[in-house]
Design a protein around this ligand. Structure first.
Ligand code: SAH
Ligand code: SF4
Ligand code: F3S
Length: 464
């Protein structure tokens, strides 16, 4: 017993690291969730194991998001609640920490350290410092190295992986905080990503990758490489079945990339292409650099290249001084674009951005009403779009199961990013991370039911 305890202690530099537990809360986008995975993977090397319970934890970490006021408020209230906890170290990372670390450390006395979005890979040094007794420090400097070079780290056992290909954003849309919290664009080299994904497929059983970045369409500009050519290279990897990428900016969608949507067998039948507004004058004030006509032209070309493709988008309701007519242009755009789903938000003024400095006559009430109108209209369109798939055979990668009123159903995601539910053949059947073919029997705007046709198991076999 004694011996085991001794061997479970890790000696690092001048410190002993016994087995400890880390609790980590993540807010925001997929990049943040992915960063959290990197942090947890690094911390394993300091003898930390993940826990879901704050009370059980020795170290609490927050990975924050600053995109809208609501995201900020949620974090501040969670952080406030940790004041009562004793004998823990607390660190705050992510987008709020990048811009506001000093204020955070001043205001929250129980906070030990803060770290920015470029300091993720230094987490071990920071935790070490905290355990050395160093208190109240922040690491928010930008990584100055010329290349963005990393290796994807995973802590979960699923066949789906997120792979960073570019960081930062140079677009400076007038409402957006991201260029301030994530810094300038920097891409990984194409060959490094291909080797990384090959390894993930070979050694971690990965079959689906999502290429990540705030603006993946500008991937490779700094190195004379491109997203289209990266996808064509990844396509050649045996055992990799699905390639996705997110998020896109319409300005940089090239004809070459659209052609790949037509020719690629592995690129998903789904594209999330944020439009933000259906009004050209609002798009100008947002500094989005494209017109509604250009955007709709892209959708037309994409749908021509791949008739199966499903499109989704982001919309901001009530941009400063948006007129009723400008708002109605967004409602019209929903009809023209025929989205499969949308994420829509009320405009939220982010300190330091151009839009936050605009004189604004809109009230919260008008903004709220416009958002509800956008969402109600989209639901009608969505219902119609989704009914179209009734009767079709669709392949899914099964992600889990749920029980409702004693009935168990499994759910999986299609190439076109829809979640589809189906009943098991019997209660003992286990489809976790299987590929299955299903036939859709009913669909509404928000849910889709199917019957199981064929279970391929963990690897896709030719349709029987
Ligand atoms: N890089 C992506 C968006 C990342 S942020 C792009 O260019 O589309 C995700 C979404 O949050 C945005 O698409 C936008 O719809 C929304 N968003 C960003 N800033 C916002 C703000 N200040 N108020 C409301 N929504 C905002
Ligand atoms: Fe924000 Fe615009 Fe960059 Fe997207 S492209 S992250 S909306 S600044
Ligand atoms: Fe939020 Fe930062 Fe992502 S502001 S949306 S966590 S890049």
């Amino acid at each position: 017993m004694q011996e085991q305890e001794i061997s479970s202690i890790l000696r690092v530099g001048d410190l002993d690291f016994p087995k400890r537990k880390v609790w980590m809360k993540t807010y925001g986008c997929q990049m943040n969730y992915h960063d959290t995975e990197r942090v947890l993977s690094h911390l394993k090397e300091l003898n930390f194991e993940k826990t879901e319970s704050q009370e059980e934890a020795d170290l609490l970490l927050f990975n924050t998001c600053a995109i809208r006021d609501l995201a900020n408020q949620k974090f501040y209230s969670h952080l406030g609640n940790t004041k009562k906890l004793r004998d823990v170290k607390i660190g705050v990372g992510g987008c709020i920490a990048q811009t506001d670390s000093k204020e955070l450390l001043d205001k929250y006395k129980h906070l030990n350290f803060a770290f920015g979005t470029d300091a993720i890979d230094n987490i071990k040094e920071m935790v070490y410092r905290a355990y050395m007794g160093d208190d109240k420090f922040a690491v928010t400097s930008w990584d100055k190295s010329e290349n963005y070079s990393i290796e994807t780290k995973m802590t979960h056992g699923s066949p789906q992986a997120f792979v960073n290909i570019i960081k930062g954003c140079d677009k400076f849309c007038s409402y957006c905080i991201v260029p301030f919290t994530r810094g300038r664009e920097k891409s990984r080299r194409q060959q490094e990503i291909v080797d990384d994904v090959k390894k993930l497929v070979e050694y971690s059983g990965i079959q689906e990758v999502t290429l990540l970045g705030q603006n993946v369409n500008s991937y490779g500009k700094d190195n004379n490489e491109s997203l289209a050519s990266l996808i064509l290279d990844l396509e050649k990897i045996n055992g990799l079945e699905i390639i996705r990428y997110t998020t896109s900016h319409p300005y940089d969608v090239s004809d070459e990339l659209i052609a790949v949507h037509g020719s690629s067998k592995k690129l998903a039948n789904h594209l999330h292409l944020p439009v933000q507004s259906g009004s050209n004058t609002v798009l100008q004030r947002m500094l989005r650099q494209y017109s509604v006509e250009h955007y709709l032209g892209l959708l037309e070309k994409l749908r021509k290249a791949n008739p199966e493709i499903v499109i989704s988008t982001d919309i901001i309701a009530g941009f400063p001084n948006e007129t009723q007519e400008e708002h109605e242009d967004t409602l019209k755009l929903l009809d023209l674009a025929q989205y499969d789903f949308i994420y829509s938000y009320n405009f939220s003024a982010r300190p330091g951005t151009k839009a936050a400095r605009m004189q604004d006559i809109l009230t919260d009430e008008i903004r709220g009403r416009r958002l509800r109108e956008i969402q109600a209209k989209q639901l009608l369109i969505q219902e119609k779009m989704r009914k179209n798939i009734v009767g079709k055979t669709i392949r899914l990668l099964v992600e889990g199961k749920s029980s409702f009123k004693g009935e168990t159903k499994w759910k999986g995601r299609s190439s076109c990013f829809r979640i589809i539910h189906f009943k098991p053949e019997n209660n003992e059947a286990n489809y976790q991370w299987h590929w299955v073919d299903v036939k859709v029997i009913s669909a509404t705007a928000l849910s889709c039911q199917a019957e199981l046709l064929f279970d391929h198991g963990h690897k896709i076999s030719p349709i029987q």
